[in-house]
Design a protein around this ligand. Structure first.
Ligand SMILES: Cc1cc2nc3c(=O)[nH]c(=O)nc-3n(C[C@H](O)[C@H](O)[C@H](O)COP(=O)(O)OP(=O)(O)OC[C@H]3O[C@@H](n4cnc5c(N)ncnc54)[C@H](O)[C@@H]3O)c2cc1C
Length: 392
């Protein structure tokens, strides 16, 4: 392993090993910006959070200026942007800059990006559509990777590839939008994605989060998922992926645990793509009607302000939104973050909310629901520390 390298934005950061005790010291010596970052990392180290679905292995410590980030980027085997604002890449419109940002177009570029991060000892985070993440105000002191190019493609695996007739199975790259899959399913005369219409984000993010609505979850539609192991290598081989991507593992559905708004794909590596089943055949008008009904229902329910959708998972047998509402928290605010008056399980950005605002509000909601109802709410939104770790 390399000597630890730490990327910071104007102040020294701590490695997890330095722990919570070091946070106070860092606040004193590094200023508020660094301290916020430190406390997030220290919290994770102490709390043993679930870890990023994409994995983060960076250890730290080096504070890098723009110039040194540029020279680090110049060493990379693919084109990297520096200091890319994460707020522009998320539905919440919140988050500081990513030190480094890559958009690999194929498996070779992705493997090169991961190998580069590993060799430099910096954390990485795989970002999908950014519809379910809350980044830190300090940004992410590592490499953020968003799949592009070939990873955005969809293709019919059976039936007529041109018209879609008779097709019931497709391959979708992890970077393809869920909306593109829904459109392709409709073109193939299948109704299986109509209930997912309108869910923002990519196929990769949807699989990791087991995105769903109105009784349909993407996990039920997955025949197999292709993964690149955490270390950038092939991972446990389960068979050749339909994409033909060398070095990737094709994991059949039976080897994946999907649960309500989550899956054990989180932490297993980078999702590259999936074979998806398009569901039952149906007449075009019926599919269109089902899609329209879904969209109308969503529009009536969901707030218009920037958000990441439902903030908390529903506890067993309960609706998080109802619990929050019953605790009198609808409309509650911290700074410019608000519990939506329209849907109590959605925290909205009223314009200029910080990550700290949202987290303080979420803590308040969790605290009140625990105090008044004895129920511990668990975030569905992936709250990401400045070191790329998903916080509990
Ligand atoms: C207005 C609104 C409405 C919403 N409605 C719904 C809804 O009805 N139902 C629902 O389930 N969700 C809903 N969501 C949440 C969100 O759309 C889903 O969770 C979606 O699946 C997230 O996909 P994404 O590509 O944006 O993932 P991101 O938010 O980018 O990432 C989510 C997690 O997946 C990981 N990840 C992403 N891509 C990969 C990959 N290729 N490999 C490994 N890990 C990866 C990330 O590291 C992160 O941990 C809503 C969000 C918004 C903003």
């Amino acid at each position: 392993m390399n000597a630890g390298r730490r990327i910071g934005f104007g102040g020294p950061l701590l490695s997890p090993a330095e722990g919570v005790a070091g946070a106070a010291e860092a606040r004193a010596r590094g200023g508020a910006a660094a301290a916020a970052c430190v406390s997030a990392a220290a919290g994770t180290a102490a709390g043993g959070g679930p870890g990023s679905g994409a994995g983060s292995g960076g250890r730290g410590p080096l504070s890098l200026s723009r110039a040194s980030l540029m020279s680090l980027a110049a060493k990379a085997p693919l084109s990297l942007e520096i200091l890319r604002p994460l707020k522009d890449l998320t539905s919440f419109r919140i988050g500081g800059p990513a030190a480094l940002f890559a958009r690999p177009r194929d498996l070779g570029e992705l493997a090169a990006a991961l190998a580069f991060a590993r060799a430099e000892g910096i954390p990485h985070f795989i970002l999908g559509g950014g519809a379910n993440v809350l980044f830190d105000d300090q940004g992410l002191s590592g490499l953020v990777i968003r799949l592009s190019g070939k990873f955005r493609e969809t293709r019919i695996l059976d039936g007529d590839p041109a018209s879609g007739e008779g097709a019931g199975r497709i391959h979708a790259g992890a970077g393809a939008r869920l909306a593109d899959v829904a459109a392709l399913a409709r073109r193939c005369g299948r109704i299986g994605f109509a209930a997912l219409k309108g869910i923002p984000g990519t196929v990769g993010g949807a699989l990791v989060m087991n995105a769903g609505a109105y009784g349909t979850e993407i996990g039920d539609r997955a025949a197999a998922v292709e993964i690149l192991g955490r270390e950038g290598g092939p991972g446990p081989q389960e068979g050749a992926p339909a994409s033909g991507l060398a070095g990737a593992a094709r994991v059949p559905r039976r080897r994946i645990r999907f649960f309500a708004r989550g899956s054990d794909l989180e932490g297993r590596g980078t999702v590259l793509g999936a074979e998806l089943l398009l569901g039952e055949e149906a007449p075009a008008e019926e599919i269109l009607r089902a899609e329209r009904e879904t969209l109308l229902a969503r529009r009536a329910r969901l707030p218009q302000e920037p958000s990441a959708g439902s903030f908390f998972r529903n506890p067993e047998g309960q609706a998080a939104g109802r619990l929050i509402e019953e605790c009198g928290l609808k409309g509650e605010r911290v700074g410019l973050a608000q519990v939506s008056p329209r849907h109590a399980n959605v925290i909205v950005n009223l314009g200029g909310a910080t990550s700290a605002d949202v987290r303080a509000l979420a803590d308040k909601v969790r605290g009140e629901v625990a105090r008044l109802r004895g129920i511990e709410l668990v975030p569905e939104v992936r709250v990401v520390s400045c070191r790329g770790e998903v916080l509990p």
